[in-house]
Design a protein around this ligand. Structure first.
Ligand SMILES: Cc1cc2nc3c(=O)[nH]c(=O)nc-3n(C[C@H](O)[C@H](O)[C@H](O)COP(=O)(O)O)c2cc1C
Length: 110
């Protein structure tokens, strides 16, 4: 994936109205999130007060390159990240990681 922005519909909800925005999607081409999510971030990063990123994937290679790219695009500290491999979705470890991610988001400052 070349991380080329794509066309997305105009947003309906202003990110400035939210304390935290979660951005996620599937890992595509090993290094990137599906282009619509990245485009949303590119277009709205200055309006997003606090952000957390999550990725899903089918393969074994971690989503870290994609998550690092999103962090770079955002350019400010992020609340947290979550990387889920499809086949591990129901595993105790992943369940714990999801719970920890949700806790981090819920504990974000208001
Ligand atoms: C175009 C495309 C590229 C993909 N590339 C990867 C990849 O590089 N690594 C990987 O682990 N999964 C890859 N996947 C699998 C998706 O990440 C996986 O199906 C997704 O996380 C599950 O969400 P979904 O049900 O919305 O597809 C790819 C899927 C598509 C459609």
């Amino acid at each position: 994936m070349k991380r080329i922005p794509t066309d997305i519909d105009p947003i309906k909800n202003n990110p400035e109205s939210y304390n935290v925005v979660l951005i996620g999607g599937p890992l595509w081409g090993f290094k990137g999130i599906a282009p619509a999510s990245r485009t949303y971030l590119l277009q709205n990063k200055d309006k997003i007060k606090q952000v957390a990123f999550f990725m899903t994937r089918a393969g074994k290679r971690s989503s870290d390159p994609a998550l690092n790219d999103l962090k770079e695009v955002y350019g400010k500290p992020v609340l947290g990240t979550l990387d889920i491999m499809q086949k591990d979705l129901e595993s105790p470890e992943t369940t714990e990681q999801i719970a920890s991610f949700v806790k981090t988001v819920k504990n974000a400052k208001h």
